[in-house]
Write a protein that binds this ligand. Structure first.
Ligand SMILES: Cc1ncc(COP(=O)(O)O)c(C=O)c1O
Length: 282
């Protein structure tokens, strides 16, 4: 993305260099906003209806009115995609509570700030898919509304940095010895051919890819158990997967330098990955 890249801000497409907001925007002052990250394959947004539903849920959860109807969002996505020169895109959108004098309570009558940008979609490299990735683990100390896709990502940023500094791809999180998710991914374990999914509750983001994987599992003949998954089960798993809009499905082969299964992407991963590719092909 360069300074001439076209972004959308509050009703207008404009070059990135010209897109400006007030320093009093509550997104800047309080991290008071929500976002979505939508992958686009062959110029078609993947599971846009589900992303828009989650956006609506996030907005409702923080007491904000959705600034657009689904039809308007869809039109905006189409326009953004058309104006962007990549076949595969990552569309980021953010809605904040808008500009108001700094004070904690919600301002009356503030207009939400709506921002959207498109970048090239950076999927895992073929080597990462082939060999799997290393992860580290940490204690999940976030608040109890991780189901809201909020822009206040301090914890997530801290953990992602821990991963980067140790040469790992992600930081897998445990809360009281139970798996929640990772800093910017959902996490699944596989044991004896069964997919173990942490509960889709307030302690994790309801990932669009998480839902897709649960939907695809029966199609590739995998039984699913959606239930609390303990730390011990994670380390004893045959396979461990990360899922997200930017990673699709990715095998974790070491966690805290310990091998998961035989330390290679497993057969269930390979099946799921292959099925995933059929869903995003032309
Ligand atoms: C904390 C967290 N969990 C899970 C996910 C995966 O969600 P999705 O599959 O919708 O990209 C993300 C994505 O950014 C995330 O930030």
């Amino acid at each position: 993305m360069n300074q001439d890249s076209v972004v959308y801000l509050n009703g207008a497409f404009q070059p990135l260099s010209e897109a400006k907001i007030s320093v009093l925007d509550r997104g800047f002052i309080f991290g008071d906003g929500v976002y979505e990250f939508v992958p686009v394959y062959h110029r078609r947004p993947f599971r846009l209806a589900q992303h828009l539903k989650r956006l609506g849920n996030s907005l409702a959860a923080v007491g904000m009115v959705n600034p657009m109807s689904n039809a308007e969002w869809e039109k905006l996505f189409q326009e953004m995609i058309q104006r962007t020169p990549y076949e595969q895109q990552a569309i980021y959108l953010q809605v904040t509570r808008g500009v108001a004098p700094r004070d904690h309570p919600f301002p009356q009558g503030a207009t939400p700030t709506v921002f959207m940008m498109a970048n090239p979609l950076k999927l895992p490299t073929p080597e990462q898919v082939e060999r799997g990735v290393a992860c580290v683990s940490a204690e999940d100390f976030r608040w109890h509304r991780c189901d809201i896709k909020g822009i206040s990502l301090m914890g997530n940023g801290l953990w992602r940095q821990v991963a980067v500094e140790t040469g790992a791809t992600e930081t897998v999180l445990f809360r009281n010895d139970f798996l929640t998710e990772a800093s910017s991914s959902n996490v699944f374990a596989v044991k004896n051919g069964t997919l173990l999914a942490p509960l889709r509750d307030n302690l994790i983001l309801p990932g669009i890819t998480y839902d897709a994987v649960l939907e695809f599992a029966p199609k590739i003949g995998m039984p699913v158990e959606t239930r609390p998954v303990s730390r011990a089960e994670v380390f004893a798993a045959d396979e461990l997967w990360l899922t997200s809009s930017g990673k699709e499905v990715l095998a974790v082969t070491t966690l805290d330098n310990k091998s998961i299964g035989n330390g290679k992407p497993g057969p269930a991963f390979k099946k799921m990955w292959a099925h995933f590719q059929t869903q995003t092909a032309i």
